[in-house]
Design a protein around this ligand. Structure first.
Ligand code: MG
Length: 382
């Protein structure tokens, strides 16, 4: 029986982790549950899974959790995530969104844990730090993101295996067929209508801008010890091929399935075992697969992310923090879709290069967010 610490239990990935636990109750047990502010939903999860520890980051919502079952320790406030990284857990699932994922990942690394990682920012911003700590303390990082899980599978679960190139596939997002000159009129509703994946709002917008793919390039560099130039991004609208690895002899290994997060999530928990999943078999009679190169004119955020990836240091952290705020402003209807990349550009241009220590990353993240807020308040972006 594997004991799971689940950070981000009420989000899209967290709920699917619980579905896997429901499917295989004899194999998995929830040891801790933590979320940001969905207190009522957390209360229902606590009632059902009876974890030893539960956490709610947003302390003001604690009053919504009534009738806490005996034997459950509830922590609230900003350290709630850290309290849920339990020493008795076998797997720490980090499925929280944003920079706040970095601290619990660092904690889990120091405990030498197996970390099933869905949080992007911890590797994008803190990749160097996290990978060094994981090595030092013998922690294992298993990717949950579908592309990185695919690459890991194509490498036969050996993240150190030598390869020539990674081909990272992207759906191209909800706006891939809209003429470039009409993108400025895109509303949040249109941007949130993703063609193949059902995900949270922030990541759906990141898919449309392809910032998400840029962040995934950075994550792949850390996870598979390579450079941005070793990774090719390819648009594949059907989202059937989840990524590929090319070897020295030009043989390509690809991982295919119907688009579903169920496979990578379950595999991260069940590895090295493969278990029956809820995803349907591929029907080849219905398949037709297309691949094409992304246009950096259509996807300026991808270009910015690749620029930050090549610069390294604290630039990826600044890019990611600035993007979070710019996407938030877009989702609130305050800025145009086409301004997202301009705000990120502004924040990057105002970033001072620093070594990526934890303290410097916290500072960089804060300053990049502030740069976007200031630029918005002072109307600096056309
Ligand atoms: Mg992905």
């Amino acid at each position: 029986m594997k004991k799971i610490a689940l950070l981000g239990s009420t989000g899209s990935i967290g709920k699917q982790v619980l579905e896997v636990v429901d499917r295989y109750p004899e194999k998995f047990k929830i040891a801790s549950l933590c979320c940001n502010k969905s207190a009522k939903e957390l209360a229902n999860q606590i009632e059902k899974y009876r974890p030893a520890v539960a956490g709610l980051t947003c302390a003001e919502k604690a009053s919504e959790i009534t009738n806490l079952p005996a034997g459950v320790n509830l922590y609230t406030g900003e350290n709630a995530l850290l309290h849920c990284v339990l020493s008795e857990a076998d797997i720490i699932v980090v499925a929280v969104v944003g920079f706040c994922g970095l601290a619990p990942v660092i904690e889990a690394c120091k405990m030498g844990k197996t970390i099933a990682l869905a949080n992007k920012e911890s590797l994008v911003a803190g990749g160097k730090l996290v990978m060094e700590l994981a090595k030092k303390y013998g922690a294992t990082i298993i990717p949950i993101d579908s592309e990185h899980s695919a690459i890991w599978q194509c490498l036969h679960f050996n993240r150190q295996a030598p390869f020539k190139k990674i081909i990272l596939t992207a759906s191209g997002g909800a706006l891939r067929d809209i003429p470039i000159n009409e993108l400025q009129n895109v509303t949040p509703e249109i941007a949130l209508n993703h063609p193949t994946w059902k995900m949270g709002a922030k990541i759906t917008v990141d898919c449309a801008t392809m910032m998400n793919k840029g962040l995934e390039v950075m994550e792949a560099c850390w996870l598979f010890d390579c450079k941005p130039s070793d990774i090719e991004v390819v648009i594949h609208p059907q989202s059937i091929v989840h990524s590929m690895v090319e070897y020295a002899d030009n043989a390509l290994i690809a991982q295919l399935s119907n688009p579903s997060m169920d496979i990578p999530i379950q595999l991260a928990l069940s590895y090295p075992e493969r278990l029956a999943s809820a995803t349907n078999e591929l029907d080849f009679s219905l398949l037709s697969l297309d691949f094409n190169k992304p246009s950096l004119e259509r996807y300026p955020c991808l270009a910015l992310a690749l620029e930050a990836a090549n610069k390294g240091m604290n630039y990826p952290c600044a890019l990611s923090g600035a993007n979070e705020i710019a996407v938030e402003l877009f989702l609130k209807g305050k800025i145009k879709y086409t301004q997202i990349s301009k705000y990120v550009r502004y924040a990057l241009d105002n970033t001072v290069e620093l070594k990526p220590t934890y303290e410097n990353l916290v500072k960089t993240d804060y300053l990049a967010r502030e740069a976007v807020f200031t630029a918005y308040k002072e109307n600096k972006i056309d």
